[in-house]
Design a protein around this ligand. Sequence first.
Ligand code: PHE
Length: 335
Amino acid sequence: MVDQITNLIKIFQQDLAACSDSTSLENLRIKYLAKSGELAKLMEDLKNLPAEEKPSVGKLLNTTKNDLEAAYSQKKLEMTTMVFQKALEDNKLDVTLPAHYFPQGSIHPLNRVIQEVEDAFIALGFRVADGPEVESDLYNFELLGLPKGHPARSMQDTFYITENTLLRSQTSPVQARTMQAQAPKNIRIICPGKTYRRDNDDATHSHQFMQIEGLVIEKGITFAHLLYYLEIIAKKIFPHAQGVRLRPSYFPFTEPSVEVDVKITKNGQTKYIEVLGAGMVSPEVLRKGGYNPKRFSGFAFGVGVERITMLKYSIDNIKNFYQNDLRFLRMIRGE
Ligand code: PHE
């Protein structure tokens, strides 16, 4: 029996040395170490031995079992390490290769300007309000002091969907809607949004464009407050602005109304650029919105987003904003 054991160790070692992959190693385990393997068979035979031989042969069998199992485990570990090493070598990663180019997107210049203006006004306690683009004649004109047949309607010729619905020609209907919804509470809103006009499509006009509307209604609001906020918006849009100049103007829903020019000095030359329309909300519009004009007053302003963005970035054609030409967008981004 001792010879059989010695022999088993020998052929096990030969077989083990010949194992070159995990399949042959697994076969080896089944052949020698599994429940019905060679070693187990010898263990079975132990009971047939004379009693005096049993302890020593039993001990030898146990150490042999431990040795063979240890040798098997060692080989298995070596093989796994080898497979891993090979995988590493086959898939060499060259960290010095140039990386893939992922083009970076950016916020559209028009949205960027809107966000800047919004941020400035939110910090001053304003709320951003919204309204529909398909608007009723009532909100776009009627409640803003422009009854049917009013000559000033022709300033804002627009696209009618039915006789009483149209694509809004200005963001001012949001004033009327907010007043109706909030009267008689105080109002401080800023409203950016798309507007439509049947304009000539030329370098500075488009049938669709954007405005930002501002509205404040509180007790005791005066023209001085309007001037204060106009200076803030001017400086927000044009960081080099030195102030604003007001010229009398006309809007059907404000009285008095002004055209706002921003004063900018560049290379020793002072320029005034026309940027906003504004005024004190007319008593009639306040009344129609549900406010008593004897107790409440307010101001409103409106600014063309494309216009100020064109001035800010020296863009000469409004169409650039809508064509999604990456070269244009990169140029604005300063690349
Ligand atoms: N809605 C006016 C326009 O489009 C601009 C404006 C808004 C003027 C608010 C005064 C107050 O011409």
